[in-house]
Design a protein around this ligand. Structure first.
Ligand code: S3P
Length: 444
């Protein structure tokens, strides 16, 4: 089947209302937490994407029963309580492309008596796992082969877990979350001092009234987690993913005379860095109909095209809350007047692809003046940016967000684009291309 798309027309103006695919972080967390509850949990509007299906498959291998209806996007999970897994010797869990799954699930396997092998695809196998191994070693958990820092790896837990005190300095929600899961299984109280990052795991557990407490400081949180005896089942209607909405926010900001309302998006402040950054650059974005759902903020997002955009010296404290959105934020900077600066983004090169490198390559190809210095980037925007050459995007480690960024660039700035690996969107946002078509995009 054809796996490339061709763009040779900018998108025309539109005025529409859409919803985007459901939140990936919440879908994965719901499944993992439901597997630890006692009894039946139900999800509706679950994201049916490869990362979530990999999560469900891993849980099935661990003996968790479930009913999934892909068409209706519903799932029931029958949990057997904390560490209530039931599995054969020598099992292998395949996380495919999902760093969130591969890392978070380790926190639930800290009592595994037999070794469990964890594998992933090419992209995941090159990503850093020492951030998982190092703190879990402190709990008493081992990984094999010793001294290896990426997948495939085998994890072996212990019945003699020790609570730890740990400083999470990267602003990684994945690391924070896996430590919370490990701490739930561990006698005593574990204390994590974590640089601010998305707090969905904490929100789930607080809603479920498990023994977890957060003391919020300016740049970090102190999270205290005590051994958790039981978790109640949780029903959840998953809202839209801001990281998917982000592509349509930028499409609208950069297009002419367009308006868009994206309904029902998770707008937890630890995820809305893109909105804060784009507003500082002069974008017209309004959060409407804000409400609270099971500890999470949800809103409708209204966006209008921007006639003029300002450059930004992006405050570093926005980095974690926009971590998955920088690729498309860079596209906005390419059209904003003057120099924009983004600093200390080493984590960006540790994603599904080295994204700082990929962004630099693509923007350079587009003729944008972009300068990279290790973990920082400087972009000289051109308010009249308009493309007319041919651009081929391939060899991007199958990174879904690089694919979507390239499509948005083609639709907003023109030129002829051939973009490979459209199947990459299946990991997080299978509806992406259909939604762009709904707004008027045409592909050959
Ligand atoms: C995620 C956390 C982020 C993010 C990823 C999803 C999560 O990764 O990039 O897409 O659901 O916890 P890090 O925690 O490694 O920054």
């Amino acid at each position: 089947m054809k796996n490339s798309i061709f763009i040779n027309k900018k998108i025309k103006s539109y005025n529409k209302k859409i919803t985007v695919s459901s939140d990936k972080s919440i879908s994965i967390r719901w499944a993992l937490i439901a597997s630890q509850a006692i009894g039946k949990s139900k999800a509706s509007n679950l994201l049916i994407s490869e990362d979530v299906l990999s999560t469900l498959n891993c849980l099935k291998k661990l003996g968790i029963k479930m009913n999934l209806n892909k068409k209706k996007q519903t799932c029931e999970i029958f949990g057997n309580g904390i560490n209530g897994f039931n599995y054969k010797k020598n099992i292998t869990l395949n996380a495919n492309n999902s760093g969130t799954l591969a890392r978070l699930i380790c926190g639930l396997l800290v009592k595994a008596k037999n070794k469990i092998k964890i594998i992933g695809d090419k992209s995941l196998s090159r990503r850093d796992f020492s951030r998982v191994i190092q703190p879990l070693n402190k709990f008493g958990v081992n990984f094999y082969p010793r001294f290896k820092k990426n997948l495939p790896l085998s994890i072996q837990g212990t019945d003699f877990l020790r609570p730890i005190q740990f400083q999470e300095k990267k602003g990684s929600a994945q690391v924070k979350s896996l430590l919370i899961f490990a701490a739930m299984n561990t006698p005593g109280t574990t204390i994590i001092r974590a640089k601010k990052s998305r707090d969905h795991t904490e929100n789930f557990l607080k809603y479920l009234k498990t023994p977890i407490k957060t003391i919020k400081k300016r740049s970090h949180d102190i999270i205290e987690i005590s051994e958790t005896k039981s978790i109640n089942p949780i029903d959840y209607k998953i809202p839209g993913d801001i990281s998917s909405a982000a592509f349509f926010i930028v499409l609208t900001v950069l297009s002419k005379n367009s308006k868009l309302l994206i309904k029902n998006v998770l707008t937890n402040p630890t995820r809305t860095g893109i909105i804060k950054i784009l507003k500082k650059m002069g974008a017209k974005i309004i959060l409407k109909n804000k409400r609270l759902y099971k500890g999470e903020e949800i809103s409708d997002i209204f966006i209008k095209s921007s006639k003029s955009l300002k450059s930004i010296n992006c405050p570093e404290n926005y980095n974690a809350s926009a971590i998955d959105e920088f690729l498309i934020i860079f596209l906005v900077a390419a059209k904003a007047k003057g120099y924009s600066y983004f600093k200390n983004l080493s984590e960006l090169n540790k994603k599904e692809s080295p994204r700082l490198e990929m962004a630099t390559k693509i923007l350079k190809m587009m003729g944008v003046k972009i300068y990279r210095n290790k973990d920082s980037i400087k972009i000289l925007g051109n308010p009249r940016l308009s493309l007319n050459k041919t651009y081929k995007i391939k060899n991007f480690y199958n990174d879904h967000r690089v694919f979507m960024m390239s499509v948005i660039a083609g639709l907003c700035f023109g030129g002829k684009w051939k973009i490979h690996n459209k199947n990459s969107i299946k990991t997080s946002f299978p509806e992406f291309l259909n939604l762009t078509k709904l707004l008027g995009a045409k592909y050959n």
